[in-house]
Each structure stands twice: as structure tokens, then as C-alpha cells.
Design a protein around this ligand. Structure first.
Ligand code: ZN
Length: 238
């Protein structure tokens, strides 16, 4: 095989390795972001839950103090009732007392229901916090692993880029030029592929035309697959 083809294939494999590292770094980065998003959603959820419980607790305390004040009012009314001598006034106070007692009873029921509810909520919340803590710790651990993986890959990738650069400094010629154009366009790897048995482009596995094949035979001028646009070469048997 021509030396320049060998070199180009070597360059391609270096490029491919660097590209793989870059892809892996991107994947790891995406996974880190997913974990961070999940963790922040969970924290938001718990905060909201806690706030909602606090509101319920405030409501409970406000009801309890309202109950106290209603009970105090009832007590006062009863005292007034005892000292009244007018039948009408007595009856009016009697009605007011009955009304107040009804309100007190409703409020007591409400408070008891709230207490039950709060108790259940608190228990569930505590369990959730424990489970969440476990999840968060696992995620943090995973995130740490991923970060260190990413860091080491970034080092590898930087070195690979240097390797590519060093290697291609001395490369030149039409094949190399064609290769760099395709690489710059973000062509899917491999960019340069041999024509294989049945005159197929080994990139897309479609038959190349007789004309292209004839021109490619001598590996003199770069020929591209009419279908996928990859750079073609012919492997000569020695
Ligand atoms: Zn092709």
C-alpha cells in the first residue's frame, strides 16, 4: 500500500480515537447534568412538601387559638347569663351559647382531623427524607465518579489532539487535502475507506461506478463514493 495511504489511515485512526473520547466526554457530561437535575427536582419537591406542612401546622395553631378564644367567650356569656334577670336576655344568651357551642364543636373536630392528618404527613415526610437522602448520596457518589472519569478522559483527549496534530504536521497531498475537507465538514467516520469485494464502498456498501473504480485503481487522485461521499482507495495486493 502507498505510504501516504498508510499514513492517512493512521491519521484516521488517531482522529477516530480522539473523536471517541470527545463523544464519551459529552455523554458523561450529559449524565452529570441529568443527575444534577434529578437531585435538584427532588430537593425542590421536599422543600415544597415541608412548606405545605408548615402551612398546615400554622393553620392548626391558628385554629387552636381561635378555639381558646371561643371557649373564653362562652365562659363569659355563661357568667352573664347567670346574672341576668330578664327572661328575654336570658333566652338570647342561651341561643348565643348554643351557637357558640356548635362552633366550638366544629372547630374541635377540625383540629382533631388536622392533627391526625399532620401526624400521617410528618411520618410520610420523614420516611421520604430518609429515602431521598439515600438516593441523593448514591447520586452524589455517581456524580463524583463521573467527574473523575470526565477529567481523566479530558486529559486523554487533550493528548490525542496533540498526537493528531503532531502526526499530520508533515502530511500533504491531494488525498490528505480531501480528507481534511471531509473531516472539517463533520463527515461520519470512517472518512476514507477501501473499495471491497464486489466493487463496494466499504463505508455504505453500495457499488461504486466503473468510472470511479477505474480512476481509484491507481490511487492517484482522490475519488469519492457517489453515494456516501467517503474518500475511496483500492487495497493493492502485494
Ligand atoms: Zn459509500
Amino acid at each position: 500500500m502507498h505510504l501516504f495511504l498508510q499514513q492517512l489511515l493512521k491519521l484516521q485512526s488517531l482522529d477516530q480515537m480522539a473523536l471517541d473520547s470527545k463523544k464519551q466526554i459529552e455523554n458523561i457530561h450529559a449524565e452529570i447534568e441529568r443527575i444534577q437535575k434529578k437531585a435538584s427536582q427532588l430537593e425542590t419537591y421536599l422543600t415544597q412538601k415541608q412548606q405545605s406542612m408548615q402551612r398546615q401546622e400554622l393553620q392548626y395553631h391558628s385554629n387552636a387559638s381561635q378555639l381558646q378564644s371561643l371557649e373564653a367567650t362562652l365562659k363569659k356569656q355563661k357568667i352573664r347569663q347567670l346574672s341576668t334577670k330578664k327572661m328575654e336576655e336570658y333566652q338570647a344568651l342561651e341561643n348565643a351559647n348554643a351557637d357558640l357551642k356548635g362552633k366550638i364543636e366544629d372547630l374541635e373536630n377540625q383540629i382533631l382531623a388536622d392533627l391526625d392528618y399532620l401526624e400521617v404527613e410528618k411520618k410520610a415526610y420523614t420516611q421520604e427524607v430518609v429515602a431521598t437522602q439515600r438516593d441523593l448520596e448514591q447520586w452524589q457518589l455517581r456524580e463524583k465518579q463521573l467527574l473523575s472519569e470526565k477529567q481523566s478522559l479530558q486529559t486523554t483527549y487533550a493528548q490525542q489532539c496533540v498526537d493528531v496534530n503532531n502526526f499530520e504536521t508533515h502530511l500533504q497531498g491531494p488525498f490528505y487535502e480531501a480528507y481534511t475537507v471531509l473531516r472539517r465538514c463533520g463527515k461520519t467516520f470512517p472518512i476514507i475507506v477501501p473499495i471491497i469485494k464486489g466493487n463496494q464502498c466499504s463505508g455504505c456498501h453500495l457499488r461504486v461506478s466503473g468510472d470511479t473504480l477505474a480512476k481509484a485503481m491507481h490511487n492517484m487522485q482522490p475519488q469519492c463514493c457517489e453515494n456516501c461521499g467517503r474518500l475511496l482507495f483500492v487495497e493493492q495486493e502485494n
